[in-house]
Write a protein of this length. Structure first.
Length: 95
């Protein structure tokens, strides 16, 4: 699902790009790798505290999902896609 969103332009990849999108208010959801360090979120700045987030997969898995190497954080900039991703994750957690 993240790969499709990337091709549609619904995601921002990497700490620097996500931090910039957070500052401009474009991020609706942060997807953070489960194996990300504690510093990963702190590097995003105070704006990251105001945005919903979910832990999903590993850095390697996130990277493969979006066609890159290891990715620690993905910012979702489309609100509809962010909602669908949260719903899908909740459904999988319930199973």
């Amino acid at each position: 699902m993240l790969g499709i969103a990337r091709r549609a332009g619904f995601v921002v990849l990497g700490t620097r790009a996500v931090r910039g999108a957070l500052r401009s208010g474009r991020i609706h959801l942060l997807v953070v790798a489960k194996d990300a360090s504690g510093n990963a979120l702190s590097r995003l700045g105070s704006e990251a505290r105001k945005v919903p987030r979910m832990r999903l997969g590993t850095r390697d898995m996130l990277g493969k999902a979006v066609g890159r190497g290891e990715v620690v954080v993905v910012g979702i900039i489309d609100s509809d896609f962010a909602s669908r991703l949260v719903q899908e994750n909740e459904t999988q957690d319930a199973d």
